[in-house]
Design a protein around this ligand. Structure first.
Ligand SMILES: CC(C)(COP(=O)(O)OP(=O)(O)OC[C@H]1O[C@@H](n2cnc3c(N)ncnc32)[C@H](O)[C@@H]1OP(=O)(O)O)[C@@H](O)C(=O)NCCC(=O)NCCS
Length: 146
């Protein structure tokens, strides 16, 4: 993710989340040494578009996926699955053994994505989002079948 990507990233972010990240938060993560901010580009109607992005941390052998979103016009085409597979391969190469993330209880698309990629529900953080619980999901990378 570069500063030039932020306009597209913020458009997708605002369409994707009830409590979207601000530009400042993305900029902060882009300068954070434990943070990785990546974009995925896709060919759509003859031109390259920024289709998806992610922000994740690698710290002390643990991976934490903080953010992942796909342009609403490009959902259901496998972009998130491909991006998540890339993240997990990348983390594995960096020696990560466990990956964690939080997801809203009502977010069936994301829970389906994570379940089908091998994540399991570890525990619940009640009221984490103010209006809703967070499900904390965990994947042990060594158990994963590539
Ligand atoms: C969740 C999200 C990233 C999925 O992106 P996507 O590119 O449409 O997902 P994919 O096409 O790669 O689908 C991968 C899997 O996710 C699940 N999935 C995707 N959309 C789904 C939906 N609407 N309902 C249920 N499961 C869904 C399925 O398991 C799917 O696998 P399948 O196609 O073999 O059934 C996308 O809906 C999004 O950006 N949502 C808003 C942001 C968000 O909630 N991010 C996650 C925060 S924790």
């Amino acid at each position: 993710m570069s500063f030039d990507d932020l306009e597209d990233v913020l458009r997708i972010e605002n369409l994707s989340f009830p409590q979207p990240w601000t530009r400042g938060l993305f900029e902060q993560e882009m300068c954070n040494p434990i943070s990785y901010a990546l974009v995925e580009k896709a060919d759509f109607e003859g031109r390259q578009r920024l289709g998806a992005y992610t922000v994740f941390w690698i710290v002390a052998g643990e991976g934490h996926i903080l953010n992942i979103a796909v342009d609403p016009e490009l959902r259901g085409m496998g972009l998130a699955r491909r991006l998540l597979a890339f993240i997990l391969d990348f983390m594995s190469e960096k020696g990560v053994s466990e990956v964690y993330l939080e997801v809203r209880r009502s977010n069936e698309a994301a829970r389906g994505l994570y379940h089908s990629s091998g994540f399991e529900e570890a525990f619940v953080r009640e009221g984490y989002y103010g209006d809703e619980d967070a499900i904390v999901m965990r994947l042990v990378l060594n158990d994963r079948e590539f």
